[in-house]
Design a protein around this ligand. Structure first.
Ligand code: UDP
Ligand code: MG
Length: 342
């Protein structure tokens, strides 16, 4: 039954919903993607636009999207100059979106577009963020599920910003939340962390994550480990503190061990022996030192990258439906004439 049956039907409002879709070599997915998304949007009593971001695809995705744009006024394509990664592509899409609310959604249909009406209902009830939480992760290996789980736990252990478990980038944000997000100018764009940092009234909807409908995931394990490290170091400096604490513990153990050797030599007259223990201690300490230097290096590297102030992405071109561009221009001149007349 429709859960809003007791309430009056919300009248269609003039507000605009933007869908932001990062696309990287998704050519086999796109026809089905548009089919399902258009079907959902057609039934929605809102104005909408789709902002696709081509993140340097080389499989003809951009050409296909161009052909869709020729037929559909509501679709736009932001073409980046090369592959910048999903985080940068999403940032580009959010910056180009004009909507009063925006939904970020993957092109591979793992985030089912059929959830959009429920998300919009939540937004209309007044929340600024609608988070989509995965109830199940079909089509993912047990190892990926397990490692993802472990990662989220670790992340929340280290950081004060609470990043909700099992939520991805699939979410709705109001204009207010989006403007807050875009005001964060850092170049290391770990979006899940940035989203969480913004906060705002949030509602969680659970959904079943679908398997990829075609093509392959763009993530490999080294990539995921990189993203995980990025997440861990972007949102907290507690790894630095761990290094200090572990160093303190190791140094104390070393001191106790040294004292014990002296006492033993004095009381028992036992001359220095224990080459193996020496090697063990040296390699243990050496390891801790290298890890600590590595952790410090992560942060120094981050500071270096931030200090360069490079843009997060470069746009090659923005492709729009010509008819809608002409219409907008007509509206604008009509508006200007109206202002003059007044
Ligand atoms: N994506 C992107 N740039 C990249 C990698 C991925 O824009 O460098 C897009 C991709 O086209 C898809 C979304 O990000 O729309 C999610 O990618 P994928 O399905 O490979 O990730 P997974 O779902 O396995 O986490
Ligand atoms: Mg996917």
């Amino acid at each position: 039954m429709n859960k809003h049956a007791e309430f009056p039907v919300v009248p269609p409002d003039g507000r605009l919903l933007s869908l932001v879709v990062p696309v990287f070599n998704e050519r086999p997915m796109l026809p089905l993607f548009f089919e399902r998304v258009f079907a959902v949007l057609a039934a929605l009593d809102l104005r909408w636009e789709i902002v696709l971001v081509d993140d340097g695809s080389d499989d003809g995705s951009a050409q296909y999207i161009r052909s869709v744009i020729d037929r559909s006024p509501g679709v736009r394509l932001v073409k980046l100059s090369r592959n910048f990664g999903k985080e940068a592509a999403m940032t580009a899409g959010l910056e180009h979106a004009k909507g009063d609310a925006v939904i970020v959604l993957d092109a591979d249909l793992q985030d089912p577009p059929e959830q959009i009406p429920a998300m919009v209902d939540c937004w209309r009830s007044g929340v600024d963020v609608v988070l989509m939480q995965r109830r199940s992760r079909a089509g993912e290996t047990a190892f990926k599920r397990w490692s993802a789980h472990l990662f989220y736990r670790l992340l929340n252990l280290t950081s004060r910003t609470n990043i909700p478990v099992d939520t991805g980038d699939f979410r709705l944000m109001s204009r207010k939340a989006m403007d807050a997000l875009l005001a964060l100018k850092e170049r290391n764009r770990y979006m899940k962390g940035l989203f969480a940092w913004v906060g705002m009234p949030t509602q969680v909807i659970q959904y079943d994550r679908e398997p990829r409908a075609a093509g392959e995931t763009k993530w490999d394990y080294p990539g995921l480990v990189g993203l995980a490290l990025e997440g861990l170091t972007s949102f907290s400096v507690s790894p630095l503190r761990w290094a200090t604490v572990i160093g303190l513990i190791a140094a104390s153990l070393g001191a106790v061990f040294g004292a014990w050797i002296v006492v033993k030599a004095l009381m028992l007259g036992d001359a220095t022996s224990g080459y193996p223990s020496l090697v063990a201690v040296i390699s243990f300490l050496g390891g801790i030192q290298l890890i600590s230097v590595g952790i410090v290096g992560e942060y120094v590297g981050k500071t270096y990258m931030e200090s360069k102030q490079r843009p997060v992405y470069l746009t090659e071109e923005v492709i729009e439906n010509q008819e809608s561009v002409r219409q907008q221009a007509r509206h604008q001149t009509a508006g200007a004439r109206h202002v003059k007349a007044v």
